[in-house]
Design a protein around this ligand. Sequence first.
Ligand code: BGC
Length: 620
Amino acid sequence: MMYTNKKSKQGHKVPILIITLAVIILTVLFGAFSSREVNFEEEIERKVEALLSQMTLEEKIGQMSQVRHFDNNVDDDITAKYLGSIIHTHGPYPGEDAAGWQSRFTELQKKALSTRLGIPLLFAVDAVHGQNTFNGATIFPHNIGLGASGNVQLVEKTAAITALETQATGFNWAFTPCIAIPYNEKWGRVYEAFSESTEMTQEFAKASVRGHQGKLSDSHTVLVTAKHYVGDGATDYGIEGGNTSLTMKEVSERLLPPYRDVVEEGIGAIMVSFNSIDSISMHAHKELITDTLKTGMGFDGIVVSDWQGYFRFGKNDIINAGVDMVMAVDGNLAPFQDSLKKGVQSGVVPMERIDDAVRRILRQKFRLGLFENPFPDTTLAGKIGAPEHRDIARQAVRESLVLLKHEHDVLPIDDEHMEKIVVVGEHANNSGLQSGGWTIGWQGNYKGWRDIAINYSGATTILEGIQQKAQTTVVYDSLGTNPHLDADVAIIVVGETPYAEMFGDIKEEGSEYSLTLSENHQQYIHAYAGKGPKIIVILVSGRPLVTTKQINQSDAFIAAWLPGSEGDGVAEVLFGDYNFSGTLPHSWPKAVEDFEGKYGPNFWDTTITPLYPFGYGLKY
Ligand code: BGC
């Protein structure tokens, strides 16, 4: 005690001195750092102005144009129409393997550099849960699963890996993160977003931008894009691209906070949404794009249109509203460029608006260091699907699982004295099904349009994980045709088939998807209920579904969302290597009827109580 006192008295002046010195050093360092930052930014603005002053109208409109790498005449259009950006979303691959993809983009980049002003191209891709367009990449759980993990640091790590694998396939721009706040599970894009909570979305959005992009001037980074601005997940009845009847005050309080945060984090681009607000198309919403986002929030990056946004949402109105770059895909390039040129020549689109758009595009190209470093880094190709990346993806799978019900100590599975485990359902052994939409193909891993999902390279299925962990016999009944009622435990994997965008909407009529499980999947569970084996149900889905009956029929019920490539992460929790830690990022509906009250235009019907509230999740 004495010793401590003496020491603390004698040492009293020393900490003050140290603290004072530290403050001085930090102030000097910070001063130097921030003045370097200022100089860097000033230098960029000088370069932007110098370049802009040399550009013709055609070159400027060219910078505002984005097409696909396989669109007609793309190679020639780079030089003839001065393209600003190339995208890959789905469709023919740019090459056979990562080196092939890189070399295709190198070839296109060389063409851009050969033009009069040599402005490099931005290469963009929908890397929304890993570099998910590449067969063999690490595929993370979709954002809804990351939201369930509640682990912001983990999201940052998954984003950094995505950035690296995205670069490894030749891209410098990713169309992610989706920071929608879905209010209606009927929307086909619920899984692309982190949560129904504004606050939670804010935290995850920031982490995602930090992880993907960090500082734009870093060498291992990609420009990222928050989407879809704004109201995508808040349309009436959950219709993709529909209208939202939220008031501007509600939009500002509930939907804009994550945008304010990502702008502060320095996000490179923002994609405008297909939906309307109060019947004004978001693409043409000058108040929200120019006044709120650019002027109000101080966003100085690129506002990019969504798919064919120019002709769908008002042509030059969208440019005047503040859209800087247009996805002029599928043969829309020449009509777009002609129409915009006429708009400028006739005075409908002011030249200052064109200059503002081009400044933003050039600014991000300079910030990214594309002029000095225009080509993909060939040393990165070997990093795709690396074991250390998959370890993080497996951790994300484990942490995304939410245990909704647990009875009779069925978990963790103690199979030492068991004779048999039966695994049921096609979702148990199909990495395409467990990964959802935006996996290898736009609508999921498909062989042809809407074909059944199939396995893809490097992925592990849920069944494979169970087989690795189990110490007893595991039998598999893919289509639930042969109930093994002598099994000790039935692990029944049910869920949705993959979908993306409007194809996943649950509509009143003619919808492929439903708020409940298919008859077949209900039957898988029914075949075992009360007949001997203990039942563990794993739901693989992009959203909460009405599963009240199936929850009642089971001993344990797990929401696994869309885990991605590391299906074995599920078994690590089932067999007790790790406990559950995930919690619900959405409240869980009790009945189909609830959707009539809660999810119409009257979003905030507080009389509806969910089966499980937001934040719910058990442990064993
Ligand atoms: C989607 C966007 C996507 C874009 C490019 C659109 O249909 O709404 O999320 O980034 O296509 O693939």
